[in-house]
Design a protein around this ligand. Sequence first.
Ligand code: DC
Length: 205
Amino acid sequence: MSFTVAIDGPAAAGKGTISKAVAARFGFAHLDTGLLYRAVGAKVLAGAAPVAAARALSPVDLERDALRTPAVAQAASEIAVNAEVRAALVAFQHEFACREGGAVLDGRDIGTVICPQADVKLFVTASPETRARRRFDEMVNKGMDVAYDSVLADVRERDARDQSRAASPLVAAEDAILLDTSDLTIEAAVAQAIAAVDAVYPDAG
Ligand code: DC
């Protein structure tokens, strides 16, 4: 049986942590679709043409650490405005969503464009300041030398680009459950997401 959970929202709202926790709780596979865009962005930074890079993408390109830099995040957001790039990444996401045993996909347009028939849709958000603070703390913990103000500026710039692009902009699906994590601990946010899936998942124990 396939069962799809779509989790959308802006950067650093908690989508990744929530998605992993939901996948672990229900035994679903998880795809962080931002990695697809990051992998294309990284190839473009290395000199590739965006559409060709997206068409040639393979699972090994999604190798994690190298894709988690602010420069790659910005490049990902920039190539993500390109409708041909997005089209090249659709089939991989559809196949993943329809796999047997259930899937969680997180991104920006999963509930609206990639999986409009998803069984559960969550839109996870938080204020830009909260999200910038979380990203800043993460970077400092990794030993990176960054200023909070520049992290906040990056968050705002990426939000503006992701929300205003013509191709699949970041927007909550009409039937998505809104989860604002600004004043929630991660444990509370995860519990709410699991409860939302529990309410509709037929085999939930
Ligand atoms: O979730 P992330 O920060 O890894 O995403 C990086 C960029 O990729 C994001 O700014 C916009 C783009 N993206 C997208 O357009 N659609 C998705 N489903 C996922 C990410």
